[in-house]
Design a protein around this ligand. Structure first.
Ligand code: FHN
Length: 589
């Protein structure tokens, strides 16, 4: 079948050639390899990003018109994938663009709402896998300018609103393009065929140059890097091309191959790393399940979950990029607006604990998490304790951490009695009041602080999928989650811990389990969808000595949500088995 846009108009072909020609002969001044940027130069360029803590993600395109439904049926998985999961032929899908009319898109309202939520930047899908462009591109007719009769420059309006409210403007661009002649959606698997790579890369570079020339984005956010025809070399070439066009722009690691490339920042998706990472990172999360607006998706996360998620991510040194999927007309779902307003209230009341805090290496705490005030050292400084679970006895135990001298206060500075007990510090909260979602307690210390427990370094690279016991469903006669930290009481083979696993990119994953047990050879099995991986675990040494064990590989080939569980057959005669975390590490094939 002739692909509907296989014949680019003469105008578009000339424009395409001129656009690319202009960039292939970059001036000598730009000949320095941007990949040889010094650490100091990198840190300086990334400073605004690492300070930001919180950003807005927007998934908006022709798919928004359908709201995840096709011919009256709700289509599974993400709404922005409806062409694939609804198996919609191109000749039926492409004309839908004519109905795309962001009449209710109020850029000022969008950006003001983001600012009031405490967000410091936004990223909008200028072109998702469907290939429709939210700007009038000179190299395609499948865009806001030609495929619709809508005549506003919505990206320009959003850029202007970001400048007005002091947010950075960012653009998402998918490497996958089910509309371009080089790829065909009818065959769309997670690995769509590539019929003209050179032609498509030229097309991409021309479009990216348009976005940079017209909107000067502070971030270029790539996606779809999992396709096998896209290589690390392709990604590095594109990274260089973009950095030479816009030296200060920040680019996510999906420009290349996310499992190997960590610049400029890593992008765990619907997953929060189990600890700090050795590179700059940002975790993107949905507020419900689908990225694009999905009528049937009412799985809104609670405000407690969202605020604690932001705190947890920031305390581990990352940014939270939180998604909104606007309706077809550009208005936002009321639930999204309300949740962002509530997050803004918490962030405004705890500005210092959000924006003047950074990662600190301390033992895991069962009440919540901890961070340090910027500028603190091991000798002297201030810790923020973010209390998610208010202790019933009114005594907050800071576990396995001792100080030379320490003064505890409420966030507002009211003194609280604190006394060291063994390796813990116990704080009397009787003069403090629990706040909704999270309460912040301050610990000002001097004379040093000392950790008294194994601080587990999982050696994470950031794109692992992390499933923690504390976020799981626990099913078993005696199975119990202890201190939100680990699951113990494994009696029967049917006992299991389960989650919903959000797979961001299809492919091969190495499966690892973090546990403590004192018996060799316990059978273990991990199930994802209809696949099961079975193995045995060796003893870790003791119930307090955790170790990370590789269980084997699994192919996870469906992007989106899938059921996942782990079970350990009863260790022979022993029950000391503490399970903490299941990790899927993407493997470059
Ligand atoms: O396939 C996309 C998906 O539609 C969405 O854009 C997320 C957000 O980062 N990324 C990819 C994989 O889930």
């Amino acid at each position: 079948m002739n692909h509907p846009c296989s014949s680019l108009s003469l105008k578009n072909k000339w424009t395409l050639a001129l656009a690319v020609g202009a960039t292939l002969f970059a001036s000598p001044a730009q000949s320095k390899d941007v990949l040889s940027e010094t650490e100091a130069e990198f840190q300086e360029r990334m400073q605004w990003f690492t300070d930001a803590q919180f950003g807005l993600f927007i998934h908006y395109g022709v798919y928004s018109n359908l709201g995840g439904e096709w011919k009256g049926e709700s289509v599974p998985r993400y709404a922005e994938w409806i062409q694939r999961w609804g198996q919609i032929p191109s000749e039926e899908y492409y004309p839908l663009a004519a109905d795309f009319r962001p009449d209710e898109l109020d850029a000022d309202l969008w950006v003001r709402t983001a600012k009031e939520a405490g967000m410091k930047y936004m990223v909008i899908t200028t072109k998702h896998h469907e290939g429709f462009c939210l700007w009038d591109s000179a190299v395609t007719e499948y865009d806001l300018g030609e495929a619709t009769d809508f005549d506003r420059d919505i990206l320009g309006e959003l850029k202007a609103a970001c400048e007005k409210y002091g947010l950075k403007f960012g653009t998402y661009y998918s490497i996958i393009d089910w509309h371009h002649p080089s790829q065909r959606v009818e065959l769309a698997t997670n690995q769509p065929p590539m019929y003209d790579k050179d032609g498509y890369v030229t097309y991409m570079k021309a479009q990216l140059k348009e976005l940079i020339d017209r909107y000067d984005p502070a971030i270029m956010w790539f996606d779809g890097d999992w396709v096998k025809w896209w290589t690390m070399e392709d990604g590095l070439d594109l990274y260089r091309y973009l950095r030479e066009l816009s030296p200060d722009m920040v680019i996510n690691n999906r420009v290349a191959k996310r499992a190997q490339f960590k610049k400029d920042f890593g992008t765990p998706e619907n997953s929060t790393p189990g600890g700090a990472l050795d590179h700059v990172w940002e975790a993107c999360w949905t507020v419900n399940h689908s990225w694009g607006y999905k009528k049937s998706d009412t799985t809104w996360k609670s405000i407690d979950v969202l605020i604690q998620k932001q705190i947890d991510i920031n305390a581990k040194g990352g940014n939270l990029l939180l998604n909104v999927g606007p309706y077809a007309d550009g208005a936002w779902p009321e639930a999204s607006t309300e949740l962002l307003e509530q997050m803004g209230e918490w962030n405004r009341k705890h500005r210092e604990a959000v924006y003047d805090s950074e990662f600190v290496m301390v033992p895991e705490q069962s009440f919540g998490t901890m961070a340090q005030k910027k500028g603190s050292t091991e000798k002297k400084g201030e810790l923020f304790a973010y209390v998610f679970d208010w202790p019933e006895d009114g005594k907050l135990k800071i576990q396995n951490l001792s100080f030379g001298k320490v003064k505890a206060t409420t966030y507002q500075g009211r003194g609280l009695a604190a006394k060291a007990g063994g390796n813990d510090l116990e704080i009397d909260l009787s003069k403090a009041k629990p706040e909704s979602s999270a309460t912040v307690i301050r610990l000002k210390y001097s004379g040093g602080m000392k950790a008294h427990e194994q601080v587990i370094d999982l050696g994470l690279k950031g794109d692992e999928l992390i499933l923690e016991a504390g976020n799981a469903e626990v099913t078993g006669r005696k199975l119990v989650l202890v201190n939100k930290k680990y699951v113990s009481g494994w009696l029967d083979a049917e006992d299991r811990v389960s989650w919903t696993l959000n797979v961001p990119a299809p492919g091969k994953y190495l499966v690892k389990a973090l546990y403590a047990n004192d018996v060799d050879g316990s059978p273990v099995s991990v199930t994802v969808g209809d696949q099961t991986l079975s193995g045995k675990i060796e003893a870790s040494g003791s119930k307090n000595q955790y170790q990370l064990t590789e269980l084997g590989h699994m192919e996870l080939n469906q992007v989106g949500a899938t059921n996942c569980s782990i079970s350990f057959d009863r260790p022979s005669g022993k029950r000391i088995l503490r399970f903490k975390t299941l990790i899927f590490v993407p493997v470059e094939e």
